[in-house]
Write a protein that binds this ligand. Sequence first.
Ligand SMILES: C[S@@+](CC[C@H](N)C(=O)[O-])C[C@H]1O[C@@H](n2cnc3c(N)ncnc32)[C@H](O)[C@@H]1O
Length: 229
Amino acid sequence: MDTLDFLHKDFFSPQKYKEMVKKHQENGDPTGWFDAIYQSAKGDYSKVFWADLEPSPYLVEWLEKDAVQKPIKKACVIGCGVGDDAEALSNFGFEVTAFDISPSAIALCKKRYPDTTVCYLVEDLYDYPASWSEGFDVVYECNTLQVLPDSHRSKARVAISALLAKDGYMLVSCRSRNEGEKEEEIPKPLAKSELDLFKAQDNLQEVYFLSYDDDQEPPVPHYFAVYKK
Ligand SMILES: C[S@@+](CC[C@H](N)C(=O)[O-])C[C@H]1O[C@@H](n2cnc3c(N)ncnc32)[C@H](O)[C@@H]1O
């Protein structure tokens, strides 16, 4: 066993994980722990404890409706993890840029999909190339906002919205909570009022909103929302 094994899927300790995240957040370094998750997998993407190893069924359902009718359509995946959602977008004909702050995550994607057409990059949501601004017809965000502390959420949300081209679609998938509840939870699910800021602050139009429980035992409440610019 080495020091990161409590993050490996086979030995995962929720308590130690939460302590690690909390410590980073209290030390003002809320993004400094992500790479450790992917490092702990030791080169095996299937051992990343939070990876579903399949694209979101809600993303796929939306894609099947073929909502973007363009010969060349560009998509960006925020915090792409081990790449399932990025590959799904690529399979539906998108030119995909998928990025993550974790170099180990991006190394796992490249190893997992050696022949991919997805452009996998190590980038920071807070410091991506200026040329990406308003550059994507679809922006997909899944579970990144919820692992950030309150102090980073507005900045992250604004950076995500800024990627969206005119008439583009923003898809957001996350755990959900009722207002005022689960304030100390790690990850801290999103309240509806937080998602509503995509409308109120970033001037996007909500075109679909789903509240659902997943199939875990006990079930975990989630939101899946689609916004249009
Ligand atoms: C909970 S994981 C979700 C991964 C993937 N989207 C999924 O649903 O499986 C959050 C991801 O966001 C990435 N991340 C966190 N902060 C980031 C930032 N500032 N820039 C880019 N990626 C970031 C993490 O490295 C991690 O892969």
